[in-house]
Design a binder for this molecule. Structure first.
Ligand SMILES: [Fe+2]
Length: 169
């Protein structure tokens, strides 16, 4: 059953038009996400390897000089457009794990987009008297004094949330 599922995925992935060269920043994000996925499955060795790859790609990524809130907001909208196709591919391959990641990713991206819209209206005031928390598993972002007891997207407990300190995790 798993072999048949892998064949379906490979036949889809190997189409030349489906292949896309990723930037070093995209590779860093991809490897970081894979590390989180492995962490959630208690695969320590794979977690360490993907974390190392993410650090490597992050270190060689050029600084984005024209990054603005508006540009990030546009990028998030582009990401959201990709989810129906990603979900359809995951469903066609009967890959429940990939389908679940698509659901998490879309929810976390929609929430982040909503927070960015709010930031564009309120500015730094929206951070007054509250902390920023990020779910280390799915990327869900939360504003509050404490992290939520359970991530509303991927259901991990509060200790999996990381507090953003001075703009960094
Ligand atoms: Fe989460």
């Amino acid at each position: 059953m798993q072999e048949k599922s892998e064949e379906k995925v490979l036949s889809k992935v190997q189409k030349e038009e489906d292949l896309e060269k990723l930037s070093t920043g995209q590779m860093a994000a991809l490897c970081s996400n894979l590390a989180r996925g492995c962490e959630k499955q208690y695969k320590e060795e794979e977690t360490a390897l993907f974390t190392k790859l993410a650090s490597y790609f992050s270190a060689i990524s050029p600084e984005v000089k024209d990054a603005t809130v508006e540009k990030i907001s546009e990028e998030l909208q582009e990401d959201l457009k990709a989810y129906p196709s990603l979900r359809a591919t995951a469903d066609a391959a009967e890959d429940r794990g990939a389908a679940r990641v698509c659901v998490w990713g879309e929810k976390a991206t929609r929430m982040l987009s909503s927070l960015l819209n709010r930031y564009q209206e309120e500015g730094e005031k929206m951070f007054e008297n509250q902390e920023i928390w990020v779910c280390s598993i799915c990327g869900f972002v939360y504003l509050g004094n404490e992290p939520p007891n359970i991530c509303p997207v991927c259901k991990v407990p509060a200790f999996k949330f990381m507090k953003i300190e001075g703009g960094k995790i």
